[in-house]
Design a protein around this ligand. Structure first.
Ligand code: LLP
Length: 438
């Protein structure tokens, strides 16, 4: 469900016509629908009714401050993976007691910041991390709430780059080590075992692996419960799939049905860390046709957005629907008989710079604006300045109005930190000056 609709000869985001918006804000540009994001949060709540989940939105999917503020108002907590994401949610006044801190390589600086902020818990992914966190907690003089992230060894049947719950992945600890680690957490001073967590991957469209993963995770929690007085949460991670094609995602209620039996009678509250399912289908990227070109049998449409703006097609073989914002609505997938297949590519100097390959598209001309759908998640947050391209603006639409919630970068923004005239100096001459992540 989303609030993008093609009618009256153009594509609309809520009540804003996107051809006019493109003329006003320029291209490329990301446009998000506020109503779609709010709806997705409500739908998640409805689907998991009775389980009363704490929805910790995964900030990495889309970390724009306006989006975070909107989701805080919609009642979300947050799942963060860095000190930078912590600073973002602090800026929008998030309640730290509804925040989980994930990540396989948290630095001492990040642990300290999380503790000082008072996050609900750290998702701990290794023995070494737990020991370091205990030391940091002692140093800061605070108790660290933790969840042990277990790796339940299930195959979520998604792209290999976004599979996390198999034994060979770097995430979490296997179930046997997980139990030992949890018992260590119960004993360690300065540490409070508050939860067990798992996250098996992203864009998962088969609900069955969730059932198995949660069953294994819940069984571990049951074994621990008699010895773990503070164990109150089971965190099932995120990963719910969305529709990139027509209807390739299950109903949210199906995910809930898959995990309900394992949670029955467990007496733990549910946390989830959804990112994509809340924001993914709430975004479109507007891009303008620069020119068309033919090479051998291939037809190319070159547009002004490239892999630096949207890397998902190049990196994960990601599919995003693309259609002109002006003209007829796109036909149902697979019935675009009149539309000749073209490669829709960007201006970046890489053969891997494409948004779509062999894609049916009606005839387009220089200056026409195309809408690249389902780019609310992992699009802007993964964008870069490669080829010295300023990052695109982000626009939030609500009803019949819009706001530019991140401006287009300028050339000055791109060179702001460069020091071409910096003087060479000897090692040690500036000891203590440098900041690092650790
Ligand atoms: N929790 C943890 C521990 C995660 O690692 C992730 C995503 C999430 C929650 C949120 O997952 P979601 O509900 O959004 O699927 N860049 C890739 C996706 C990477 C996902 C990384 N972890 C893409 O564009 O497909």
């Amino acid at each position: 469900m989303d609030h993008f609709d093609h009618h009256d000869g153009r594509l609309w985001c809520e009540q804003v016509p996107l051809d006019e918006l493109a003329a006003e804000v320029g291209t490329p540009a990301f446009v998000y629908s506020a109503s779609t994001m709010r709806d997705h949060v409500s739908r998640l709540r409805e689907a998991f009714e009775g389980l009363d989940p704490l929805i910790c939105y995964a900030v990495k999917a889309n970390s724009n401050l306006a989006v975070l503020r909107l989701l805080r108002k919609a009642g979300c907590g947050f799942d963060i993976v860095s000190g930078g994401e912590l600073k973002r949610i602090q800026r929008i006044g998030a309640d730290a007691s509804r925040v989980v801190f994930s990540g396989v390589g948290k630095s001492v600086r990040e642990m300290t910041a999380g503790l000082q902020a008072g996050v609900l818990m750290f998702n701990v992914e290794s023995e070494a991390e737990l020991e370091i966190l205990a030391e940091v907690a002692a140093h800061v003089g605070q108790t660290a709430g933790v969840a042990i992230r277990v790796n339940p060894d299930v195959d979520p049947k998604t792209h290999r780059y976004i599979t996390t719950g198999k034994k060979e992945n770097k995430f979490g600890v296997d179930l046997e080590r997980g139990e030992a680690l949890a018992r260590r957490a119960i004993e360690l001073p300065g540490i409070e075992l508050r939860g067990i967590q798992c996250h098996i991957g992203s864009q998962i469209t088969d609900v069955a692996p969730y059932g198995v993963a949660i069953e294994r995770t819940a069984a571990l929690a049951r074994r621990l419960q008699p010895d773990a007085p503070d164990l109150a949460w089971l965190n099932m991670g995120g990963g719910y799939g969305i529709y990139y094609r027509d209807a390739d995602a299950p109903d949210l209620a199906d995910y809930a049905t898959a995990v309900r039996p394992a949670l029955e009678g467990l007496g733990l509250r549910l946390i989830m860390e959804p990112g994509r399912v809340i924001v993914g289908n709430a975004g479109v990227m507007l891009t303008k046709v620069v020119l068309g070109k033919t090479s051998g049998a291939k037809r190319f449409v070159i547009v002004d957005a490239g892999m630096n703006d949207l890397i998902r097609p190049s990196l994960y073989e990601g599919y995003h629907r693309i259609w002109p914002v002006r003209g007829d609505a796109p036909p149902a997938l697979g019935t675009e008989a009149d539309a000749a297949p073209v490669d829709i590519v960007g201006p970046v100097c890489e053969s891997g710079d494409f948004l779509a390959v062999d894609r049916p598209l009606p005839a387009v001309e220089r200056g026409d604006v195309l809408g690249v759908m389902s780019v609310g998640a992992y699009a802007f947050t993964m964008s870069s300045n490669y080829n010295d391209r300023p990052r695109a603006p982000e626009v939030l639409v609500d009803g019949d109005q819009y706001a530019v919630v991140r401006e287009r970068e300028s050339h000055d923004d791109l060179v702001r930190l460069e020091r071409p005239d910096a003087k060479l100096r000897s090692l040690g001459a500036s000891a203590g000056e440098q900041e690092s992540h650790t």
